[in-house]
Design a protein around this ligand. Structure first.
Ligand SMILES: [Zn+2]
Length: 120
């Protein structure tokens, strides 16, 4: 008899994308770009991963918005852009333009904020 099954979901937080009003809890909070993966294990030995899933996750309530394969690279670019903005390597004007580009490219059902409190 072979004993196997899927592991619990492993979540990796890649960082804040931007400040936004959460569609569930309605708090102004950071949405973080997170990825999740599970492993199929036999006798506790991980053999193969499930496909990675990509989300924007609310830090306040944990609500997750699923990103598809085309949206995920834009979210990762926004993590880098937000980091550069918070470290003042990018102007507020350039950051606002990046947020607009992100919204246009991903067509998410809500708008991200360019509020400078993102990541604080
Ligand atoms: Zn929330």
């Amino acid at each position: 008899m072979i004993i196997g099954g899927w592991s619990d979901e492993k979540q990796t937080d890649l960082g804040p994308v931007a400040l936004q009003t959460c569609p569930r809890c309605h708090n102004d909070t950071e949405l973080h770009y997170v990825t999740t993966t599970k492993w199929f294990r036999v006798y506790f030995i991980p053999l193969c991963p499930s496909p990675t899933k990509h989300f924007l996750r609310c830090r306040m309530c944990g609500h997750r918005t699923r990103l598809d394969r085309l949206q995920a690279p834009h979210a990762l670019a926004m993590v880098w852009m937000t980091s550069d903005f918070l470290e003042q390597r990018v102007s507020a004007e350039d950051y606002a333009a990046a947020v607009e580009d992100f919204y246009a490219a991903t067509a998410l059902p809500y708008r991200l904020s360019t509020d400078t409190r993102a990541g604080s």
